[in-house]
Write a protein that binds this ligand. Structure first.
Ligand SMILES: *Cc1c(COP(=O)(O)O)cnc(C)c1O
Length: 414
């Protein structure tokens, strides 16, 4: 069997997700409208709050909801998700994170387990639009409503995705947030957006944001330098140095979680305000985002079907009537063995094939102190995602010849 990994073209490294590249003009051009004003043009996103990260946006929501309901302290999150979610609960005194399994081969919260976890202590439930897909918020909402819990949409990876009502994701629950971290599409290196349809709640969120996220010179300087680095190195040749080299070093050391960037501490979650220069860059980038996302949908239009036509392979998609974005494909291989074989051949080659999260949340050692202290429900479906999923980048830099090579390797790994 052919096990020769396809090598990226000399000196090139493709990013695992289709981030929006910056231009020098983004720094100097006076944007046609402010970042918040530009977002306000998207269906439903009027009056967004801009934060220093998606995590910070979540912290603001949790603090606000906790003020409303100090009698409730549990936050329920999908067991296959970003480790920053349970960590964020640590920044709000008294809160605890509880994981809930996902549905079989999907990203939605398992409604039955969710129902059994929800009780009078549940403050909020967080359905997550993972990988640009549109999660079933209404299903989570129906269960949450039975115990009086709030619903917060984690749309960190889904800016530009639309729910059934043709409105942006993020508006189907009580509040929603997006991430502007590097690699998630539009970026300020770190940044976030917080939205809510409820005007009263929006005012409360704004007040908590004002007091929680204050200007900080050190972080402002650091993030601006980091964004400058992103602007310079987010190219197929720059990524080799800025991303690929480190990735291969960590994989060689056997540290997959570090390779994926899954390991965080509270020090990775500063709370401060977002500065004017980065807001300008974001406002200018936002003007190019719709075309970038359209290009991604067009590319995904043919590639998704090819991936899903491999025997026993599935690609996680959207429910009828919704329209997600396609930063990458979440590819489910028939089993862990096949997935590991494919990644062994592809992960180091610089062709944009990776893992989304290395583990289900209960299996990260550094989260043990946070998720312990209550009976962990079993999460076989989330663990199955961690075992069988690999991601294929949908960056426009991934050309047809490289995609064909990836297809070939996936086929020979089956
Ligand atoms: C990145 C991410 C977050 C956190 O967003 P930051 O901007 O990095 O703080 C939350 N949830 C998901 C699903 C993410 O991918």
């Amino acid at each position: 069997m052919d096990r020769m990994p396809p090598k990226a073209r000399m000196g090139r490294e493709l990013p695992p997700t289709a981030g929006l590249p910056l231009t020098w003009g983004d720094y100097v051009r006076q944007p046609g409208q402010s970042f918040a004003g530009g977002l306000g043009q998207w269906p439903g996103l009027s009056d967004p709050l801009v934060t220093c990260s998606g995590t910070a946006a979540l912290v603001v929501v949790l603090k606000t909801l906790r003020q409303r309901r100090p009698d409730r302290n549990a936050v329920i999150i999908p067991a296959y998700n970003c480790p920053l979610l349970p960590l964020a609960t640590r920044l709000v005194p008294g809160l605890r994170a509880i994981v809930c399994d996902t549905v079989c081969s999907g990203i939605d919260l398992d409604p039955q387990q969710l129902d059994s976890l929800c009780d009078a202590r549940t403050l909020a439930v967080i359905p997550t639009h993972l990988g640009g897909r549109v999660a079933d918020v209404q299903a989570a909402r129906a269960v949450a409503a039975r115990c009086g819990a709030f619903v917060i949409e984690d749309a960190a990876q889904a800016l530009g995705a639309f729910a059934e009502d043709r409105q942006s994701v993020g508006l189907g629950g009580d509040a929603g947030f997006f991430s502007l971290a590097a690699g998630k599409g539009l970026t300020t290196y770190e940044g976030g957006i917080l939205v809510s349809r409820d005007a009263q709640l929006r005012a409360e969120l704004a007040a908590v944001a004002r007091e929680t996220l204050r200007p900080h010179l050190g972080w402002t300087l650091r993030r601006n330098l980091e964004l400058l680095g992103y602007g310079l190195f987010y190219t197929p040749s720059g990524l080799r140095l800025a991303y690929g080299h480190n990735l291969r070093k960590k994989l060689a050391a056997g540290d997959e979680a570090a390779a994926v960037g899954d390991v965080f501490t509270l020090a990775d979650m500063p709370l401060h305000s977002l500065d004017a220069l980065r807001l300008r860059v974001a406002a200018n980038g936002l003007a190019r985002l719709p075309a970038h996302l359209e290009e991604g949908r067009r590319l995904a239009g043919h590639r998704r079907g090819q991936l899903a036509a491999l025997p026993g392979v599935a690609v996680i998609g959207d429910r009828l009537g919704t329209e997600g974005i396609w930063p990458f494909f979440m590819v489910l291989m028939p089993g862990k063995e096949q997935r590991d074989r494919a990644l062994h051949a592809l992960w180091r080659t610089g062709n944009g094939v990776s893992k989304l999260f290395v583990h289900a949340l209960p299996d990260y050692a550094f989260l043990a102190p946070i998720l312990a202290g209550h009976d962990l429900p079993d999460c076989p479906n989330a663990r199955d995602l961690a075992d069988r999923m690999l991601t294929v980048s949908n960056t426009p830099w991934l050309d047809e010849a490289t995609f064909t090579l990836i297809m070939h390797t996936l086929r020979s790994s089956l």
